[in-house]
Design a protein around this ligand. Sequence first.
Ligand code: 2AM
Ligand code: CA
Length: 266
Amino acid sequence: MTNWNEVDTYAKEWIKEAGESIKKSFVQKITVESKSNPNDLVTDIDKATEKFFIHKINERFPTHQILGEEGFGNELEELSGTVWIIDPIDGTMNFVHQQRNFAISIGIYEDGVGMIGLIYDVVHDELYHAMKDKGAYLNDQPLPKLTNVKVEEAIIGLNTTWVVPNRRIDHSILTPLVRDVRGTRSYGSAALEIAFVATGRLDAYITLRLSPWDFAGGIVIIEELGGVYTTLNGKPFNLLGQNSVLISRPGLHERILKDYLNNGIW
Ligand code: 2AM
Ligand code: CA
């Protein structure tokens, strides 16, 4: 039997420790490389942070598996047992250009069920966290359950990429939604944008391609608050693949899917 309180305590200790190291790196020279395309960045700090978690987890919980963005963990084909899904720095472009608006994201899953979600906004020292059936918190503050709002009163997280011609969606599909909502915002860190839906700073978040480490921590927090997460086609997430993403307050999620995304057929 997994002692989830023990796992949670260590995960929080390590995420804070990793955050301290990342903050110290601000005064160092950081090595930046690009991955899948010139704007998909990785630094030596992303890699060192992922390796830090892997070392700690392997030492303390040798039976746990790890799926990390930078690939130093295990190669997983399924999610059986206890699996840590880690993004050492979500929002690397922000980390490089702004030294803010990035987060460490960790989701811990048991046989594919999200048990612990952690998103740490290092610069603001804000830890968003949840344990299954135990509520969600921002630092020590419990977060209230999410309730519906009207589209006309909603602020949605959306990158401008998806409202100009792009490879993943006919950009005109999102035009009516952008026109009808109160406002749109783009923060450049999926984990933080999901955390902002959890706290009500955003009412929904839409994006076209996220990997498991971008949302694994966030959806545990959202689930705990009664928020809803599906692909833009209204389907459940594939926790081991890339997904389009609609994460929202309940009610608003249904309305966006039905009235703006044609029930997921686009
Ligand atoms: P990352 O910084 O960990 O790569 C940027 O809008 C958001 O999308 C970030 O959370 C970023 O995560 C994520 N993202 C996912 N896949 C990406 C890709 N191929 N290129 C850039 N950002 C990506
Ligand atoms: Ca990352």
